[in-house]
Design a protein around this ligand. Structure first.
Ligand SMILES: [Zn+2]
Length: 288
C-alpha cells in the first residue's frame, strides 16, 4: 500500500490550514486511545513518546505496535518526543521512527545548533525521510498540572523566540520542523495558561521557512488554537490532558468497581476517557 509520508501530510495540512495532532502515550492503553480516535475521525495522527515514555513501553516495541497499524494503511506516525542527547536520537533513527525532536532548548544557541546539526547529519546518512525537529526558546519540561509557571519560564518578549533567530537556527541546523516559544508552556497552569503570541507565529513561519510545531497544547483555548493554526502551526502537541483523563478514568473505575480485578475491564473506561480527549482535539485541529 502506498501511503503518503509524514512530510506530505504536513504539507497538506499547511495548505488546508489545519494541524495534525501529536498525542503522547506511555502504554498500549494510550496507543489504542489514539489509534481508535484516528480511525473514527479518519485523520492522520502522530503518536509521541518522550524518553521516559518510550523506556516504559520499549523503543522497539512501540515501533512494532505502530507498524502493525501502518500495514493496514492507516496514517499513524511515530515521533520521539523531547530527546536530550544525540545518542538517543541515533537510537530512534536506527529503530525507524518517523520523526524525532532533539531538545537543546536549555542550552545556548550555539550548543543547541551543534547537537541539532549532528542529529540532522546522522539521519541524512541513514534515512533522509525521517524528520528532525528542534526547538529554540525554553518553555519548561513538565506535563503536569502546575500551581504556577515552570521554573525558568517567563513569558515575555525576551524569552520568546525571535523571528530572525528562528531563521538562523533553521538555516544553520538543517532541521525539517521548528518548535518556537510563542507564549506556550509545557503543562497546565491552574489559574489559566499564558496567552499565545499569534503575530509572532506568523512572523516565525515566514522567516523560518519550515513547518512549525506548537508544544504545550494542554491548557490552550480553542480560539487560540484556531488562530495559531491559521498563523502557521502545522502540528500540535497534547500530553497533560491525556494523562489527566487516564488517571481520573482509572480512579473512577476502581471506585465504582471495587471487586473487579481484570485489568482489561477496569482500564477500559480510562482508555475511553483518553480517546474522548484525543478525538476532541483532533477534530478541533482539523477544523471539523
Ligand atoms: Zn513538548
Amino acid at each position: 500500500m502506498n501511503m503518503k509520508s509524514l512530510r506530505e501530510y504536513i504539507k497538506e495540512a499547511e495548505e488546508k490550514k489545519i494541524a495534525i495532532g501529536h498525542f503522547n502515550i506511555s502504554n498500549s492503553e494510550g496507543f489504542w486511545a489514539v489509534v481508535n480516535a484516528s480511525k473514527k475521525l479518519n485523520l492522520p495522527v502522530i503518536i509521541g513518546v518522550s524518553e521516559g515514555e518510550r523506556d516504559f513501553i520499549g523503543v522497539k516495541q512501540v515501533k512494532a505496535l505502530v507498524d502493525t497499524i501502518k500495514t493496514e494503511g492507516l496514517p499513524i506516525f511515530l515521533n520521539a518526543d523531547h530527546t536530550y542527547s544525540v545518542d538517543r536520537v541515533k537510537e530512534v533513527i536506527d529503530a525507524g521512527f518517523d520523526a524525532v525532536i532533539i531538545d537543546g532548548a536549555e542550552k545556548s544557541f550555539e550548543e543547541n545548533i551543534i547537537m541539532t546539526k549532528e542529529s540532522v547529519d546522522y539521519k541524512n546518512s541513514k534515512n533522509p525521510e525521517i524528520l528532525i525537529e528542534a526547538e529554540y526558546g525554553f518553555i519548561g519540561k513538565s506535563s503536569k498540572v502546575l500551581d504556577e509557571l515552570p521554573h525558568g519560564v517567563e513569558v515575555s518578549e525576551n524569552t520568546m523566540t525571535k523571528p530572525d533567530e528562528a531563521a538562523q537556527f533553521v538555516k544553520e541546523s538543517g532541521i525539517d520542523l521548528f518548535a518556537p516559544a510563542v507564549g506556550n508552556i509545557h503543562g497546565m497552569v491552574k489559574g489559566g495558561n499564558p496567552k499565545i503570541d499569534i503575530e509572532r507565529i506568523r512572523q516565525i513561519r515566514e522567516s523560518a521557512g519550515v513547518p512549525l510545531v506548537l508544544h504545550g497544547g494542554s491548557g490552550i483555548t480553542d480560539e487560540e488554537f484556531k488562530q495559531a493554526i491559521e498563523a502557521g502551526i502545522s502540528i500540535i502537541h497534547i500530553n497533560t490532558e491525556i494523562r489527566l483523563a487516564y488517571k481520573q478514568g482509572i480512579q473512577k473505575s476502581l471506585i465504582e468497581n471495587p471487586d473487579e480485578i481484570a485489568p482489561y475491564k477496569y482500564l477500559k473506561p480510562a482508555v475511553q476517557a483518553m480517546q474522548t480527549v484525543v478525538e476532541k482535539r483532533m477534530a478541533l485541529f482539523a477544523g471539523l
